[in-house]
Design a protein around this ligand. Structure first.
Ligand SMILES: NC(=O)c1ccc[n+]([C@@H]2O[C@H](COP(=O)([O-])OP(=O)(O)OC[C@H]3O[C@@H](n4cnc5c(N)ncnc54)[C@H](OP(=O)(O)O)[C@@H]3O)[C@@H](O)[C@H]2O)c1
Length: 349
């Protein structure tokens, strides 16, 4: 059985299709634009299905041919609901590339429904959130009754148009952390600290990264904060943005910014991806007692995503797809991230 790659002709969808073909898979390419899909199908010699997310009955019939769908068409806050509905109705496993906290929350809420349909819902099978969720679980399991978990990400290199549009879509929303076991909304850039990423210390600022939600399932730790390393000027803008939240949520402004985004390259060049790298750090502690920390050095974020997505799909095709809402580490274990070629986990003294 194969899988459906939806949003196949987007920047990240193409990277994933190439990786899948190189590993001997024959995914069905899907999306709403016939011309782009047919071109891609011809060049990779793969079957294509033209279907929009509004055509739910046609989407369900396309699912008859596959064991799983790998959804790459974001922003997922808009595109995930019809796809998830079709997956639950047809018993098709669902994986996506979201990094949007709202999407993780909604998927978590559908756990029982998915479990009784025998369907795995696994959002975030890309750089967001495979390394953060897996590393967080790795350190948390070494600290019995841990009370605090912190995760920090560093990624160099550029971002794709799709990622920028998704960030624009999220503008005007606050940050999120987990406190006493519950998600709590906080202002953007709420807190910051310094993290040793191995090569040097970097200043990081809190962000609503998906592991704030996923660790609610993959660990028992009640207090979780996720951070991103950002240059000083960007940290200032982020903190300043809390005073103009309503303006940033204004739809005409978002439309305008998306038009500017379309003037940029579709994503990092092959050379940028070859040179780029990522570091994820995670630390768990119990009260004020000693902590257990680790770092994960890995390839550039889109290369990371290309590899984790295909690794995840391969696990599902091989028969590992626990029903219900899952995180990368609850579905495949905390060491799943180590299957990524170029990823190396090291303990931090
Ligand atoms: N988790 C991670 O680490 C990670 C990594 C990479 C990407 N992502 C996310 O993945 C998403 C895609 O990124 P990208 O770089 O591939 O972006 P992209 O190049 O802009 O591609 C987006 C794709 O989604 C399709 N799409 C968008 N809205 C759609 C809709 N309503 N119905 C059907 N298709 C729709 C687009 O098709 P049309 O051209 O027909 O609109 C296109 O094929 C973004 O949300 C990004 O944030 C996450």
């Amino acid at each position: 059985m194969t899988f459906l790659l939806y949003g196949a002709y987007g920047y990240t969808g193409r990277l994933i299709a190439q990786e899948a073909v190189e590993r001997g898979h024959r995914p069905i390419l899907a999306g709403r634009d016939a011309a782009q899909l047919n071109d891609m199908g011809r060049s990779l010699d793969l079957p294509v299905r033209v279907v929009s997310l509004q055509e739910e009955s046609r989407l369900r019939s396309v699912f008859d041919e596959v064991a799983a769908v790998l959804h790459c068409a974001g922003p997922f806050v808009r595109t995930a609901p019809p796809m998830v509905r079709a997956c639950l109705e047809t018993g098709t496993h669902y994986l996506d590339l979201t990094g949007e906290i709202e999407v993780f929350r909604r998927m978590a809420d559908r756990h029982e429904e998915a479990a009784s349909a025998g369907v795995m819902l696994l959002p975030g099978i890309g750089f967001d959130v495979v390394p953060s969720d897996c590393l967080a679980r790795h350190v948390a399991t070494q600290v019995p009754s841990a009370t605090t978990l912190e995760v920090a990400l560093f990624a160099d290199g550029d971002v794709s148009q799709g990622t920028l549009k998704t960030l624009v879509e999220q503008m005007g929303q606050g940050g999120w952390v987990r406190r006493e076991g519950r998600l709590r909304e906080v202002p953007p850039g709420w807190t910051s600290r310094t993290v040793d990423f191995g090569d040097r210390d970097r200043r990081v600022v809190s962000i609503p990264e998906g592991s704030v939600v996923t660790t609610g399932r993959s660990t028992d730790v009640p207090n979780v904060t996720a951070y991103l390393a950002l240059p000083r000027a960007v940290r200032r803008v982020l903190r300043g943005s809390r005073h103009v939240q309503r303006l940033l949520a204004w739809r005409p402004l978002k439309r305008l910014l998306k038009q500017f985004v379309e003037l940029r390259p579709d994503g990092p060049s092959t050379e940028d991806r070859r040179q780029g790298r990522t570091v994820v750090w995670a630390s768990a502690r119990r009260g004020t007692e000693g902590s257990v920390s680790a770092r994960l050095h890995g390839p550039e974020a889109y290369t990371f995503t290309q590899r984790t997505a295909v690794n995840g799909i391969e696990r599902v095709i091989d028969g590992t797809a626990p029903p219900g809402y899952q995180t990368p580490s609850t579905a495949f274990g905390a060491d799943f991230v180590l299957d990524v070629s170029g990823a190396e986990r090291t303990p931090v003294e």
